[in-house]
Ligand binder design. Structure first.
Ligand code: BGC
Length: 907
């Protein structure tokens, strides 16, 4: 038979399709990341790490090999690296191993993979990253300061510069940083969308710069750069003792614009004495106290070409920054959600206030028309008092007030620049005309971490709790993890951060955020190994060494490794981890660490009228010994991951001695702890302090204690994160659920029932009669107790990584049904892709849905015993391809490769 032209075409197409089916897998490579970021600009890492995800329709997809290519300047540029085909299942954090990277250069990369069916994917789409400045000599710019103003309000200096570009521009990259904060504009347009830049590091050790591609903002011809500076953390009021100028008394700017013309020639515009300076509309700006803007003093057009700056002074040449200038690793602070007023209220005392319905962090944008000189004051509060009046006493010395003075033009729009407020309510004074909701918009600001986790259930109060946990994280992850965002504190409290880390790592991608902060922790660590209470340390060196706070040095790097498989950060922090354990050893006698100042189980249950000793006090040194052991254990874990076997041996010997000392000092021969609090038992059990033989009886004592308090917790900051985990581990999940579902004080749901929209600092920040706890320590946005989120993800939904395969390369899913819930679901965007676990109960039985990302595998432990009642997509499990590997503690263990699974268990 002869084929006509058409059918011959058809057959060859078919053949082609068949061939490509044979050669190319259905696997696609996507979500390519460099150092966790999509096309980052300004990385000063010599060997950045690449990650990618595999996607395909089939189940059980694994990677068996990869190949990466890197090109300089453009996808067609010179090859900087080709890995060749590497037989490996690594798809997360694969390090660059090519030629030395050049400063200020963009590199393009792509990757392809082979799967476990031997098929090759297509090359991924090109991604890129732009290097920062590797050498100090790459900086040509000079530090300059603004006009010296004697006024105590310290108006923001303005700095401007005009310059010519004679030729066509191929690329223009700006490198900017400041002592203080900066906001830069080019030809009147804001550079980038980051706020409160350059962020907060231990400025007396290192300072971050930011890199911006401003090619499209420049014109051929005359251009204007305009930079405004603010006090920021550098010299503004920081810390609760009213201190100023912690890092220095002069703020300044470092600005370098490197231009490449289309003909290949280069030019730079740098900060130097040729810049001009003056002051303008920002009259004062303080993180705690707010900003004053006076539009009458606006120097109109100063950001544009052609402005007459003859009256301006030359910029002041400033001393160079003497510490390390580093590129920015973490996500910048950006504007995120916007809120319109939920309610307009006139309070019993006659004040005009707006309720935005959510306790948040950021500021309010105000639109107004009025006369020149009209002055508006915006005050911020988290809560209304018992009578319904605006309540600010808990802000302590922080004024949180923005003052706007009108220039008298048509419509004026105000929003601050170098401050932020923690608030749900604002009070408005002096607004000309009627206060209308459409003129007020609340805008949140926080580190732009990728949202990665969701937890939902059939219980609306638990869902609100999850909402509150996530909002506590949003508001307090502002370049550093802060304790609270509203009072005169807002500091990187180490204890709070370690308590909340694991929960944080479920809700948002916090790998870079914490890797950056941990570097400051290591730098601020004292020579003797002690770790400051707050990082960056602005409280002085005596404020250090508290058990459970300083342990952020060990706990966070280890948990960061578990959550992301980030070995590099673990290895970079290893010396700091060891140093902290070294400090505790050096301060111990006979292996007992029982000296020094400790916060203890901060904010534990303490009833007002405690006549019969119901306060849940835990001996501080008992706590210290538990954390000493835990930190030592984490050094052992890290040493073993990093292949340091001699250290494993050394610290294991030490750990045995620490535990023996604990048992000698704090445990009676019959197995009772000297403090009979929940926290004492929780720490002793969670950190394996007790000999195996007495653990169950200790857990029974814990359980009895909880019952004695009427199924209430009594734990503070240090016991709370582990409480429910310990109950689950010792077979008391039902009691853990009781604690979670408890609605009366002290409990997680009590604040929810009281209308909380964030996590409170104290279990009873607002009492049942609506009166407040002591104003000296009563924040309504403090994430620490939100640490229960970890138990919700890891126990209720059951999502966890296998420890030996950190970062969810191997997954363990062990759902727990209880608490009267009929449904629970958690979704987590892991480095490999989306992972989820869901269960639903109805009259017929239980349905489970799981999603396992490609290039991982999971063991699912269903709560039910193995048997014929388990179905996959309607077919009995025995008829499916799913392997039943074991039954653990009465559970059915299923080995699942990647894919989507629907299982039902019939009653
Ligand atoms: C902070 C805490 C912190 C504590 C130390 C407080 O002022 O707000 O969250 O951990 O001091 O105990």
């Amino acid at each position: 038979m002869k084929l006509n032209y058409f059918s011959r075409g058809f057959v060859s197409m078919l053949l082609l399709l068949l061939c490509s089916q044979l050669l190319f897998a259905q696997v696609t490579v996507m979500n390519t990341r460099c150092e966790n970021l999509a096309n980052p600009i300004g990385l000063d890492i010599a060997a950045p790490r690449f990650s990618w995800q595999l996607k395909g329709k089939d189940r059980d997809i694994l990677q068996t090999a990869y190949e990466i290519e890197v090109f300089t300047g453009s996808p067609k540029g010179a090859k900087a690296w080709t890995s060749g085909k590497v037989n490996s299942d690594s798809s997360v954090f694969v390090s660059y191993k090519g030629e030395n990277l050049k400063s200020g250069t963009r590199y393009f990369w792509h990757v392809r993979v082979w799967d476990n069916k031997g098929k090759m994917s297509k090359w991924s789409e090109f991604a890129n990253w732009h290097t920062g400045l590797f050498e100090a000599s790459d900086w040509k710019a000079k530090w300059i300061g603004g006009v010296a103003d004697s006024s105590s309000d310290q108006p923001s200096p303005l700095l401007r510069k005009e310059f010519q570009t004679a030729k066509k521009i191929r690329s223009a990259i700006a490198y900017i940083t400041a002592k203080g904060m900066y906001e830069a504009k080019v030809n009147g347009t804001r550079v980038g969308d980051a706020y409160l830049s350059p962020g907060w590091t231990s400025y007396n050790k290192r300072l971050q710069y930011q890199v911006y591609d401003i090619t499209d903002m420049l014109r051929q011809g005359q251009n204007a750069i305009a930079v405004t500076l603010g006090n920021g953390w550098y010299r503004g009021n920081i810390g609760f003792q009213g201190q100023r100028n912690y890092y220095g008394k002069d703020i300044g700017l470092l600005f370098q614009l490197d231009i490449t013309y289309t003909d290949g020639s280069k030019a730079s515009v740098i900060s130097d004495e040729s810049w001009k300076t003056s002051t303008g509309r920002i009259r004062s700006s303080e993180i705690y106290h707010g900003e004053t803007i006076d539009n009458r003093l606006d120097q109109k057009g100063w950001e544009l070409v052609g402005f007459d700056d003859a009256g301006w002074k030359p910029a002041i040449s400033a001393l160079p920054y003497e510490h390390a200038l580093v590129a920015t690793l973490n996500e910048p602070i950006r504007k995120k959600e916007e809120f319109k007023p939920a309610k307009m209220i006139t309070t019993p005392s006659g004040e005009k206030i707006i309720d935005f319905g959510q306790n948040m962090v950021g500021w309010v944008k105000v639109k107004v028309r009025g006369n020149k000189g009209d002055s508006i004051k915006i005050y911020h509060a988290e809560i209304l008092d018992k009578a319904g009046n605006f309540y600010t006493t808990n802000l302590r010395a922080a004024r949180q007030e923005n003052i706007y003075i009108l220039g008298g033009d048509d419509e004026e729009i105000f929003e601050p620049h170098f401050t932020f407020q923690g608030f749900r309510y604002i009070r408005i004074e002096g607004y000309p005309g009627e206060i209308k909701p459409e003129n007020f918009t609340a805008i949140t600001l926080y580190s732009d971490m990728k949202p990665t986790g969701e937890f939902t259930s059939s219980n609306a109060l638990i869902n609100q709790l999850q909402h509150n946990i996530q909002w506590g994280q949003r508001g307090n992850f502002l370049d550093v993890p802060t304790d609270c965002p509203q009072r005169d504190e807002r500091l990187g409290w180490t204890g709070d951060a370690q308590v909340f880390y694991r929960t944080a790592s479920f809700n948002f991608g916090v790998n870079n955020f914490f890797s950056k902060w941990l570097k400051d922790l290591a730098l601020d660590q004292l020579d003797n190994g002690s770790v400051p209470f707050v990082i960056p340390n602005v409280l002085g060196k005596d404020a250090s060494g508290s058990a459970g706070w300083a342990d952020a040095a060990t706990i966070i790097p280890w948990q960061n490794y578990l959550a992301y498989g980030d070995k590099k950060t673990l290895s970079e922090q290893y010396a700091s981890m060891e140093k902290w354990v070294g400090f505790m050893s050096a301060n111990s006698k006979d292996d007992l660490w029982n000296k020094g100042f400790h916060f203890g189980d901060w904010l534990f249950y303490r009833p007002d009228d405690d006549n019969d000793g119901r306060s849940a006090i835990t001996d501080k040194y008992l706590i210290a010994q538990c954390f000493y052991a835990n930190s030592t254990q984490l050094v052992i874990n890290a040493a073993s991951v990093l292949g340091k076997s001699a250290d494993v041996e050394k610290y294991t010997a030490l750990l045995n001695k620490i535990k023996a000392a604990f048992n000698r000092e704090y445990v009676t021969p019959s197995g009772r702890l000297v403090s009979s609090s929940q926290t004492a038992y929780v720490l002793a059990l969670h950190f394996d302090m007790l000999p195996e033989g007495i653990r169950q009886q200790a857990a029974d004592r814990l359980s009895e204690n909880i019952s004695n308090y009427g199924d209430h917790l009594t734990t503070g900051f240090l016991g709370t994160p582990y409480l429910c985990h310990v109950l689950t581990r010792f077979g008391k999940t039902e009691q853990a659920f009781k604690l979670l579902m408890q609605e009366s004080y002290p409990s997680w749901l009590y604040p929810v029932k009281m209308g909380a929209t964030t996590i409170w600092e104290r279990w009873d920040g607002q009492k049942p009669d609506s009166s407040f706890q002591t104003p000296g320590m009563n924040s309504f946005n403090h994430y620490a107790y939100g640490a229960i989120g970890d138990w919700m993800y890891r126990t209720i939904a059951g999502l966890d990584t296998e420890e030996g395969f950190a970062g969810y390369k191997k997954i363990s899913i062990k759902p727990h049904i209880g608490g009267g819930l009929s449904h629970a679901k958690a979704v987590l965007q892991t480095n490999y892709g989306q992972l989820s676990s869901e269960w639903k109960i109805d009259a017929n039985g239980t349905t489970y849905n799981f999603e396992i990302p490609a290039n991982t595998s999971a063991t699912v432990y269903l709560p039910e015993a193995p048997g014929d009642k388990i179905f996959e997509n309607g077919k009995p499990l025995s008829a499916s391809r799913i392997k039943v590997n074991s039954s653990e503690g009465g559970r059915t263990g299923l080995v699942l490769g990647s894919g989507i699974y629907n299982l039902t268990v019939i009653k």
